[in-house]
Design a protein around this ligand. Structure first.
Ligand code: PGA
Length: 251
């Protein structure tokens, strides 16, 4: 039985003080999620990770939005895994479409990051999804299949047990144009089949999230789909009220 997972992606939003306030204001929501066997968390900017970790309910998942795969070295502007672990951060988003688009994050780069995270017993949230042009050209499954195969090549079934995959069609992110539940389920079911081909029965333990204009009003429909285990939510995770709505609508 896969536990439901609600993860907020704050992107480049909130100062450290604002992030701390959110952490304090959501303590009882984390308690409520925990009572209902739901995992809940947020991915703040690097500078707010410590503030959220220190002030939130201890069961709140606090994820970084990126990391480097090397432990240290001449990589100006980067953050390494040991630096995250020092703050107790063991979840990391990998390959978000904004990083793929603006920071040249390729499947191979994602692979190296996921490898480093798995080697450290951390949880990668591997984001995949097609652009609007790819969707219009009917290439969704071809693109997603390559992202899964190249990003996860060579790992063992035991290693990928911890992995979370997020399917986020790029055309639905921040646009209000969420994918229909039929499309979302079709692609998430396809991803599970790919995982089964690559890793066997452990595919049934890997959580797959849908992301892209998820709101309190539509989250329940996504989570009613057999292969969707949770949501990766941007805009609607920023305010306490809508974050609460996301959770209470999937209890
Ligand atoms: P959105 O972002 O919910 O604002 O569409 C989702 C994401 O980018 O993870």
């Amino acid at each position: 039985m896969r536990r439901k997972l609600l993860l907020g992606n704050w992107k480049m939003n909130k100062t450290s003080a604002e992030a701390k306030q959110f952490a304090l204001d959501t303590k009882e929501l984390v308690e409520l999620a925990s009572k209902n066997n739901i995992d809940i968390g947020v991915a703040p900017t690097y500078l707010s990770l410590a503030a959220v970790k220190e002030n939130a309910d201890k069961r709140m998942i606090v994820a970084a939005q990126n990391c480097h795969f090397k432990e240290s070295g001449a990589f100006t502007g980067e953050i390494s895994i040991p630096m995250l672990l020092e703050f107790g951060i063991d979840w990391v988003l990998i390959g978000h479409s904004e990083r793929r688009a603006y920071d040249n994050e390729t499947n191979l780069k994602c692979h190296d990051k996921i490898q480093a995270l798995l080697a450290n017993n951390m949880v990668p949230v591997y984001c995949v999804g097609e652009t609007l042009a790819e969707f219009d050209a009917g290439r969704t499954k071809e693109v997603v299949s390559r992202q899964i195969k190249e990003g996860l090549e060579g790992f063992s079934a035991e290693q990928v047990k911890r992995l979370v995959v997020a399917y986020e069609p790029v055309w639905s992110i921040g646009t209000g144009k969420n994918a229909s539940t039929e499309i979302a389920q079709d692609v998430c079911g396809f991803i599970r089949e790919l995982l089964r081909e690559q890793f066997g029965a452990v595919a049934d333990e890997i959580r797959i999230l849908y992301g892209g204009s998820v709101k309190p009003e539509n989250i329940k429909a996504y989570l009613s789909c057999p292969d969707i285990d949770g949501g990766l939510v941007g805009g609607a995770s920023l305010k306490r009220e809508s974050y609460e709505g996301l959770l209470t609508n999937i209890l």
